[in-house]
Write a protein that binds this ligand. Structure first.
Ligand code: NDP
Length: 273
């Protein structure tokens, strides 16, 4: 059976195995897709071992996306732009190739599934890790009037902004100073705080007086603290399930050259998890 896996730490929360099995079912075959908890110092060795043992494709999640980018020498344009890799495959010459499908996943979810209008809106992204790198260019392509990236550790925002200096109307600040940049119409939580059920402290002053939207890249069987905060303040909210399924569909087609349907898989996850 064809073998796939997602590498991360933590990894228990991942729905990727069920998503990819449902995709494979659409084409009438089975796959083996495992979630693997990887020791923080053994990432590269584990990737090499997985492919040496016959693995066909890997997804990479928190906190290894930037390490995967640094380790691989064959990279897609969008993973170079992001400086971050979430999908690895072995090509016909035996080279490991890195790609990043997160940005496409978020864009399809916002535009096609949720039908949120980003054009001319002020967008706040909280967090400056691998996921923010992956989604920034796709968000930018939806023509917001401004994107502000706020992070707990300000140095990380600076290095991210220097990587994306060709994007205008994108600026950064520390999480402590985010009030000065407000108000925002759309707030995207791209921190890993929700994975530990932690809240990121946000003041009500950052919310636009018009309708506003809160999107948490994380997903869980209950409302994340960030989405709970948004809902209590009247926001339209979404967790990251739609993005997860859309980015997975793109990974699946990179590995197997088949484009799965996503709507039924999103519905299944929302009803069963
Ligand atoms: P990284 O480990 O690369 O980055 C984590 C980020 O979260 C850093 O900016 C970090 O800040 C910040 N952070 C962590 N804890 C806190 C906290 N308590 N308060 C404030 N900031 C905090 O992770 P990724 O960028 O790869 O992933 C981020 C999230 O996005 C995860 O929840 C992941 O599951 C989700 N994700 C979902 C996807 C989907 O398809 N739905 C796809 C990709 C990611 P600092 O720099 O200060 O440490």
């Amino acid at each position: 059976m064809k073998r796939f896996a997602v590498f991360g730490n933590p990894i228990k929360h991942s729905y990727s195995p069920i998503i990819h099995s449902l995709f494979a079912e659409q084409f009438g075959f089975e796959i083996c897709y495992e979630k693997c908890l990887i020791n923080k110092h053994e990432f590269v060795a584990e990737v090499e071992k997985f492919f040496d043992d016959g693995g066909m494709g890997l997804n990479i999640t928190v906190p290894f996306k930037q390490e995967a980018y640094r380790f691989l020498s064959n990279l897609s344009e969008r993973s170079i732009e992001a400086g971050s890799v979430n999908t690895i495959k072995k090509d016909y010459n035996g080279n490991l190739c890195g790609d990043n499908t997160d940005g496409l996943g978020l864009k399809v979810d916002l535009v096609k599934n949720l039908k949120w209008n980003i054009s001319n809106k002020r967008v706040l992204i909280i967090g400056a890790g691998g996921a923010t790198r992956g989604i920034l260019r796709s968000l930018f392509s939806l023509n917001p009037s401004q994107i502000v990236i706020a992070n707990r550790t300000p140095g990380k925002v600076l290095s991210l902004l220097s990587h994306f200096k060709s994007l205008h109307n994108v600026s950064g600040c520390s999480l402590d100073n985010v009030n000065k940049e407000a108000p925002f119409d759309i707030i995207i939580n791209a921190t890993s705080a929700s994975l530990n059920n932690e809240a990121v402290f946000l003041s009500d002053q950052i919310i636009s007086e018009d309708e506003f939207f809160c999107y948490d890249l994380a997903y869980s069987d209950s409302l994340t603290p960030f989405l709970d905060w948004g809902l209590k303040r009247g926001a339209e909210i979404s967790d990251g399930i739609g993005m997860l399924v859309e980015q997975a569909a793109e990974s699946f087609s990179i590995w197997l050259d088949k484009a799965p349907q996503t709507e039924s898989v999103i519905k299944y996850l929302k009803n069963n998890y």
